[in-house]
Design a protein around this ligand. Sequence first.
Ligand SMILES: [Zn+2]
Length: 328
Amino acid sequence: MSIRMDDRTDGQRDDGMDDRTARCPNAFVTFTCNPQWLEIKRALLLGQQPQDRPDLVTRVFKIKLKELINDIHKKHILGRTIVGIYVIEFQKRGLPHAHILIFFVEDCKPHTVEDVDRMISVELPNPETNRLAHEMVARCMMHGPCGAAFPNAPCMEEGKCKKKYPRKFQSETMMDVNGYPIYRRRDTRHTLLVHGIELDNRWVVPPNVYLSTKYDAHINIEVCNNIRAVKYLFKYVYKGHDHATVEISRQSNNATEGNVVKADEIKKYLDCRYVSASEAAWRIFKFDMHERFPVVERLQYHLPNQQMVLFDNQMMCKKWQHGQPFPK
Ligand SMILES: [Zn+2]
């Protein structure tokens, strides 16, 4: 399958860009900045909060992202990879996160449920045998709480959680008819108390326990072995920056009772770009907004004896003035 991948994230296309043949990505990773990282907290001045220092937050995230990409593509923590792409995005409140698509070599693709279980564990680790991992999942990988007790949670839409939490208990990982995995979520009786609600394995967001524990961050990983996921995933990682709709209006003295003021909706409507402080810092530092491995290079090609030749006008004029012939 041939997928054309633009070199820009704003939807514009460089017509000179080369096509690239890629297969379906096998894993989709979302890595989110944790403002509670020690590297950030230690560098804050007295009275400062992480949101006061977008320069610090973005620098630390960039360093950790580089290390994570190194873990995935050089140390092959999840398996030997062949292609990788990542795109940086910023939440409305400003924290950066990266969407990473991973393509494994054939032998390392998660074909079986055992392969999926080795990569992703959607269960609270045992606090007695793996305290660090348990604390990490509790801190970074629990959804909610939401539902009837928290109708104003950001994930709630028309009285339901749009992320479909709490999920059902599941004794074994299985693939549904579309090839999407339904992860194992056994009723292990391990629970957490969050805002007075007891959360169990049904509320865990799929992590890779090793990576999330190492980075102490929300690292959501999903297996996506289905060709149908391609369109969704590439649209998701290349959807571009956030927008904001802004309406500008002026208080009119004529707007008294019974005096109707005509509103020119087209004039007052602005489609604006939303840039948070973190994104501004990221761009000022000239950090990459996206990257891919291996890098694709365009190769020039030509017909016999019609290769491109470049002339320096100034140099040619000087040579002509000194009586030298023009080259053929
Ligand atoms: Zn929810």
